[in-house]
Design a protein around this ligand. Structure first.
Ligand code: TYD
Ligand code: MG
Length: 454
């Protein structure tokens, strides 16, 4: 490897390293993500050879398992996403768009943990002490166990951590941290990597839980947290429509639990509040007796969520019909409309169609197919679907309704929220125990489903 200063190009999205600039990254196939960085190979590789003691291999049978004691925050939506509480000594990355509420969420976690008499340290490289205090005042009262530090220099931060010995640390954000050993600017791929590996050593070496905030930007000026995903134990994404008040915390990687769990929060004027019953929340404001609307039951992680699917179909005034899908896959909508046209004699090719999953959640699960089909037909025929009806099922190209997983949980959730009729794939009916108070209508194809309720 060349010694001294060399120029390399990094992909901002996946961290791919190249000696030449390229338009498209061979690693992640993104365009225009390469940026130039100057790296001092000597200083970064020198450290590795300086070690005095050689490591020793250990026999697998001699490894003693210590029961990991998870810390429950009491914020159950948060604990669930982490797989049942915080694992001490773990490194957790919280990514998300600017302004979504990452700092607020982590300050609230600090509040909870410091109230449990755990020493916490909130390190901010973005905001002043006064700004953090202002936010903290909105959230509530804090104990003396929470300390703040406004610093971006890694060496200084390490010194403070060694003096204070906290049990939990928040780094807000990783893009502002820098090491003097590296010449490139804070936020560049090499700085972000260096800072993350430094925090990883602190987390593992001292058994401190570290939460790292990472920004995601489209422009690629700041290194996206994607490059750190493989270095940390757990990756959480905080997402949501900025105009809607609810936020979703999604686990995408977890070394200590299952992924794809979600936690639902609502941003109010005293910080984030957890939404323990998202179905109820999502169904708020559902119109009564209107055509083109039906409730679908979908699974997020291990949790069923009820969502309203709306469709609007009208005759197209132009040659090419206009179709949009908010919260659903547009290709899927086009496909389902083609199925209705071909298999159920509905001339939809001359119709504009708009699909909306109310609440703004993005759903890609195929089980939403049947709901989209029924909403489209209901609007096209202008007949309202009976109240208290829900449906779920995947629709195939010949119009058949195919089985979906976790049917029992979906039916149970519908029952819990007072639904009385459930349209579901025929194949699923036999596998479900009878649920009192809800009528199950098994359908083999789209035609069956339409005849059943319209
Ligand atoms: P913030 O946590 O600063 O976002 P991030 O760290 O992800 O950039 O929060 C951003 C928004 O949250 C901000 O626009 C104000 C809003 N907010 C509330 O609505 N209520 C509150 O109690 C707090 C603290 C913030
Ligand atoms: Mg912030």
């Amino acid at each position: 490897m060349a010694k001294g200063k060399t120029t390399v190009y990094f992909c901002q999205s996946c961290g791919y390293e190249s000696t030449k600039w390229m338009g498209q990254c061979p690693g992640c196939k993104e365009w225009n993500t390469f940026v130039e960085e100057i790296i001092d190979r000597k200083s970064s590789s020198g450290k590795l050879t300086d070690r005095g003691t050689a490591p020793k291999a250990v026999a697998l049978n001699q490894v003693v398992l210590s029961r990991e004691e998870r810390v429950l925050t009491g914020l159950s939506e948060f604990d669930r996403v982490l797989g049942g509480g915080i694992v001490p000594g773990s490194l957790v990355l919280v990514g998300g768009d600017p302004g979504i509420g990452k700092s607020t969420l982590l300050l609230q976690i600090c509040q909870i943990l410091s109230n449990m008499n755990k020493k916490t340290l909130y390190i901010s490289g973005e905001e002043s002490l006064q700004q953090i205090k202002l936010r903290a005042d909105r959230i509530g009262s804090f104990t003396n166990e929470l300390n703040l530090l406004c610093e971006t220099n890694l060496t200084d931060i390490k010194t403070v951590i060694q003096q204070e010995k906290p049990q939990m640390i928040v780094i807000d954000s990783i893009q502002t941290m820098y090491s003097e050993d590296i010449s490139s600017a804070p936020g560049s791929v090499s700085q972000v990597r260096e800072a993350t590996s430094a925090f990883m050593q602190i987390a593992k070496g001292m058994g401190i839980t570290i939460f790292i905030v990472g920004h995601v930007t489209k422009e690629g000026v700041v290194a996206g947290p994607r490059v750190l995903e493989h270095m940390v134990d757990t990756v959480l994404y905080f997402e949501g429509d900025r105009h809607a008040s609810y936020r979703i915390l999604r686990g995408v990687k977890n070394r200590f639990g299952s992924t794809n769990e979600i936690g639902v929060f609502e941003m109010c004027n005293t910080g984030l509040r957890q939404v323990e019953n998202p179905s109820e929340y999502m169904l708020n404001g559902k119109p009564e007796g209107a055509s083109g609307s039906i409730v679908a039951c979908l699974i997020e992680g291990t949790r069923p969520i009820l969502l309203e699917v709306q469709a609007l179909v009208c005759r197209s005034n132009f040659g090419i019909p206009r179709r949009t899908a908010a919260g659903a896959d547009l290709n899927r909508v086009n496909l389902l409309m083609a199925v209705l046209e071909k298999r159920n004699n509905m001339p939809l090719s001359g119709c504009d169609a708009y699909i909306n999953i109310a609440g703004g959640i993005r759903m890609t699960e195929p089980a939403v197919d049947l709901a989209m089909v029924l909403a489209l037909v209901s609007c096209y025929k202008d007949i309202a679907i009976p109240e208290k009806t829900i449906c779920f099922g995947e629709v195939g190209l010949s119009g058949e309704v195919r089985a979906v997983s976790m049917a029992q949980q979906r039916v149970a959730e519908a029952k819990k929220l007072g639904f009385t009729t459930c349209i579901l794939p025929k194949v699923n009916v036999s596998s479900i125990d009878k649920v009192e108070g809800i009528r199950l209508i098994g359908v083999a194809d789209v035609g069956d489903a339409i005849r059943a309720i319209l």
